[in-house]
Design a protein around this ligand. Structure first.
Ligand code: PEP
Ligand code: MG
Length: 315
């Protein structure tokens, strides 16, 4: 029951055959970090910085960003936080970032692309992340990365920011990208060669692989992250990444307990869900073996529709 589930929320999620999975929480505010701690989250797999500072008319200073990241870290002591750099464009306006008008914003200057011409906001943010990483376990994650060249550019901006610190980039800071563009999933090995981790953004990956705008009420049947085409790209990411690179998932798919089991079966080892769903996702993982999850994943990859995948989850 629900009571037993909550009692165990603060224990790790381990399958019946001993496979441990991290279940983290997505955060969009400092206040949410306390909620995540209450829910037993194993850290945060996604801090949406454009939401964290989205109410500001002016860009937060490096010091203000450090203060917010430290506050979150103090709510989740010892647990790894994944700070995503500014993800602007498409559905994410940012008051202090000037953005051109585009005919197709979701296919335009989104995420990291928006800072190529003027990287100052990005480099300031990376400086704040580097400074906090000296005291707390942190990971930095770049959104909407599509090409190897963009990975190289992002790493160069990180080095530029780290150059402002007396001792350079902290060794403990892990570096990764979101896999939310189909091209990035297909080229996961090349893109991840210099990284510690990747994290699948199933919301945007679903939108882009099905060419169906996220949140569109007109395309309901087409925007399901349980679609076999989405699952296939998740699988390709898990099998494709370079040696030793960890694969997480921080889209809404991770908040659905049945789907979370399927994701584990596909090879995802690190989930980040809404804070409220962490106990139920942990509970679902504890109820299955990794072998059963892998069997479920194999069957889901053979399904002809998202509806068929959901039918498999129900059984
Ligand atoms: C995603 O695209 O799945 C994701 C986690 O990022 P966001 O929803 O913020 O675009
Ligand atoms: Mg996204």
């Amino acid at each position: 029951g629900r009571r037993r589930m909550l009692e165990h929320a603060h224990e790790p999620a381990v399958t019946t055959d001993g496979h441990a999975v991290l279940v983290k929480a997505n955060l969009a505010s400092v206040a949410e970090a306390a909620l995540a701690a209450d829910s037993g989250a194993d850290g945060s797999g996604l801090i949406r910085t454009e939401a964290l500072f989205g109410d500001r008319a002016q860009a937060p200073s490096v010091a203000e960003q450090i203060a917010a990241f430290e506050q979150i870290a103090e709510s989740l002591p010892g647990r790894t936080l994944t700070i995503r750099t500014w993800d602007v464009g498409g559905d994410k306006p940012l008051p202090f970032h000037t953005h051109p008008i585009e005919a197709n914003p979701f296919l335009g200057l989104r995420g990291i692309r928006a800072f190529r011409e003027d990287p100052r906001l990005l480099v300031d943010q990376l400086e704040a992340i580097c400074r906090v990483a000296r005291e707390h376990p942190l990971r930095v994650m770049f959104p909407m990365v599509t090409t190897v060249e963009e990975v190289d550019w992002a790493l160069a901006r990180l080095d530029e920011a780290a150059g402002r610190l007396p001792d350079g980039r902290p060794d403990a800071l892990e570096v990764g990208i979101m896999i939310e563009v189909p091209a990035a999933a297909l080229r996961a090995e090349a893109l991840s060669a210099l990284l510690d981790f990747v994290s699948i953004g199933s919301n945007d990956l679903t939108q882009y692989v099905l060419a169906a705008e996220r949140g569109s009420a007109l395309l309901e049947g087409l925007t399901d992250h349980a679609d076999p085409a989405v699952l296939q790209l998740i699988r390709e990411t898990c099998t494709g990444v370079a040696e030793g690179v960890e694969v997480g998932l921080c889209g809404d798919a991770a908040s659905d307990p049945g789907l979370a089991v399927l994701l584990i079966g596909l090879g995802v080892t690190d989930l980040s869900a809404t804070a409220a769903s962490v106990p139920a996702v942990k509970d679902a993982i504890r109820a299955v073996s990794l072998v059963d999850a892998q069997d479920l994943a194999a069957r889901a990859l053979q399904a002809d529709s998202a509806a068929e995948v959901r039918e498999l989850l129900r059984r």
